[in-house]
Design a protein around this ligand. Structure first.
Ligand SMILES: [Fe+2]
Ligand SMILES: [Fe+2]
Length: 207
């Protein structure tokens, strides 16, 4: 009898425990995407500041086309930050960024640092954030993260190319196109944005 009673109590505790655990997990998941949006907003805001500083350094060192690339990627990151901010406000929070002092070195080193940052974002950060936002069924966050991921892939490719051909990027003349709707960055003009399909009239030309 005692054993049956004990099992009954244990059973109830287990059921309550599972119920509580399920509720906590759901709450934690919702908080997960908000935290991820804030981390992405902070990251993009800092990337923008860093690329502005790297662009000034590239200009000072005479790498005119590298300076243009940093200006274009800075514009792109500011668009991503603004889109993440919209998704944060939809969850009832205010976007927060702490802008750190940019660690400006030589243009070659700045390109290497930028490539490292973009590689982390495209290979690890945004894929993880997208998975969590899908679990949380936050379609706005999924869209915002996917738009940023597509651009970071291209940023990494362009930084790697600039590093490889650094001497020939001294000359001015390279132009970049940034879709003002999603932030995608192009080295060649396209009739429409390959990510969000906006027409080329929505592109900023950056040189
Ligand atoms: Fe980027
Ligand atoms: Fe776009």
């Amino acid at each position: 009898m005692k054993t049956i009673k004990m099992l009954g109590i244990l059973g109830m505790v287990t059921v309550l425990g599972i119920g509580l655990a399920t509720r906590l997990t759901a709450a934690e998941a919702a908080k997960g995407t908000l935290d991820n949006l804030q981390a992405a907003y902070n990251g993009e805001s800092n990337a923008k500041a860093r690329y502005d500083a790297f662009s000034a350094k590239a200009d000072a060192e005479g790498y005119k086309s590298v300076a243009a690339l940093f200006r274009a990627t800075s514009r792109s990151e500011s668009i991503h930050a603004a889109k993440h901010a919209v998704a944060i406000r939809k969850l009832g929070a205010e976007p927060k960024a702490v802008i750190e002092k940019s660690d400006v070195k030589s243009t070659k080193e700045n390109l290497e640092a930028a490539l490292k940052g973009e590689t982390y974002e495209k290979e690890s950060m945004y894929p993880d954030f997208i998975k969590q936002a899908e679990i949380d069924k936050n379609s706005g966050a999924v869209m915002s993260f996917k738009g940023a991921l597509a651009a970071e892939v291209e940023h990494a490719r362009l930084f790697a190319q600039a590093l490889k051909e650094l001497d020939s990027w001294k000359e001015a003349g390279k132009e970049f196109y940034v879709c003002t709707v999603c932030g995608f960055t192009m080295a060649k003009i396209m009739p429409k944005c390959p990510v969000c399909a906006s027409p080329k009239s929505k592109f900023d030309v950056i040189k």
